[in-house]
Design a protein around this ligand. Structure first.
Ligand SMILES: [Zn+2]
Length: 410
């Protein structure tokens, strides 16, 4: 039943599709366009209908028509084609069968990089599993090619097993998730489903419907540089203003000191000289009011600092990036319940935790399609230590099939 899952996954990860933040095109890289066409062909060969590539937003979409007389809600499954900001040229997956759950896995021939229990205690969860790792020189790209392979395989299973009832299902594979812009141009009119899931989470059981709300602030500071020997009461050092700005933020509300539902201000960029300086922050919180308070704090500091001078020297430019999808999804928790029930029927313990980040679903939910996130299986994503278990990928396929089936009971 899963015979095509592993070959499919290996084929995808060997195809380089890294996104590029500096690019102005959609998708950001040609390799993603090429991969989209490969996926389009594969969806057609599997027998999905209305398969097309939308060149405006870089999404490949396909439809599996309903096979039941019942009127049931339509479901979407979404995964992303691009890989994170790490070498992805020449991905050479290693397959470790029947992993014993404790021994050290050597990734590269120089034995410089290893997966070991001390650094990665999560390896213990994979006794008797088949693990797919890197060769130490690249990332793996299970994020999110595991998601694509799982959705593709679930569609294959539904097509080959017509006795499994399901309503209309749409699948979408999109670009540029890792650079945070992929879903900005998502076309909800075209992907016209009642609700959807991204298949882009981590280990077995992950089910996520809360994300951060997110903003970015850029602070431009204009100083007044004079000779330091005669600077008394004249010089305004832009770097000192930047330090003062930062010191007015709560020192403990930073990524390295927060977890769970705790939000933060993260100083990303600090550049400058006495004449001028620039700072850039990302602002994150799950709670909408606390999120608003954080943004107000940034504006308040701007006012405080500017009050020292006869004309403003600190200028904040701030914009919202995405919002916590919970506000949308809470209106109809049956979508989360459906995924939970599917997992429970498959003896998978649902692991429901807030995401300390965003997903494509954060944006798509606000565009009108409630879209929680399901596990895809990857561990240690975005680097050379990334790996995935074949058995967990099979479970993810099962969950997709089971969601489609259980949805016909509602
Ligand atoms: Zn991802």
């Amino acid at each position: 039943m899963y015979e095509n899952l592993l070959p499919r996954f290996l084929r995808y990860v060997k195809t380089e599709t890294r996104s590029d933040e500096t690019s102005q095109t959609t998708p950001s890289t040609q390799t993603q366009v090429d991969f989209a066409h490969v996926l389009k062909k594969e969806l057609e060969e599997l027998g999905l209908s209305d398969v097309f590539y939308n060149e405006k937003n870089g999404f490949v979409i396909g439809t599996l028509p309903s096979n039941t007389e019942k009127k049931v809600r339509s479901i979407g499954f979404i995964a992303h084609m691009d890989t994170a900001d790490f070498n992805a040229v020449g991905v050479n997956p290693q397959i470790i069968e029947n992993y014993d759950g404790e021994s050290t896995i050597i990734l590269d021939s120089n034995e410089q990089y290893t997966l070991n229990i001390k650094d990665f205690p999560n390896l213990k969860n994979y006794k008797d599993h088949t693990l797919i790792t890197t060769d130490g020189s690249t990332l793996l790209g299970a994020d999110d090619k595991a998601g694509i392979a799982e959705i593709m395989t679930a569609m294959e299973i539904l097509i080959k097993n017509p006795m499994i009832p399901h309503g209309e299902i749409k699948v979408a594979f999109g670009p540029d998730e890792e650079i945070g812009v992929g879903a900005d141009k998502f076309d909800v009119e075209q992907f016209n489903v009642d609700f959807a899931y991204t298949v882009d989470g981590g280990p077995l059981g992950e089910l996520q419907y809360e994300t951060f709300s997110a903003a970015q602030a850029t602070i431009s500071i204009q100083g007044k540089n004079v000779h330091p020997g005669t600077a008394k009461d004249t010089m305004i050092n832009a770097l000192q203003l930047a330090i003062d700005f930062h010191n007015q933020l709560p020192a403990d509300e930073v990524p390295e000191k927060t977890e769970g539902y705790e939000g933060f201000f993260h100083l990303l960029v600090l550049n400058g000289n006495p004449e001028e300086a620039t700072m850039s922050y990302i602002i994150r919180d799950h709670d909408r009011e606390k999120f608003a308070a954080r943004k107000a704090k940034i504006m308040e500091i701007q006012e405080n600092l500017n009050r020292r001078f006869d004309h403003p020297r600190v200028k904040v430019t701030m914009y919202d990036q995405y919002y916590n999808m919970r506000e949308v999804i809470e209106k109809d928790m049956s979508i989360v319940e459906l995924a939970k029930q599917a997992m429970m029927e498959l003896a998978i313990e649902p692991v429901i935790e807030p995401v300390r980040g965003g997903t494509d679903g954060s944006k798509i939910s606000y565009l009108g399609i409630p879209t929680p996130n399901l596990f895809a299986g990857g561990e240690n994503m975005h680097g050379r230590f990334e790996f995935v278990s074949l058995q967990v990928m099979e479970k993810a396929v099962d969950v997709i099939v089971k969601i489609a089936e259980l949805n016909t009971n509602s």
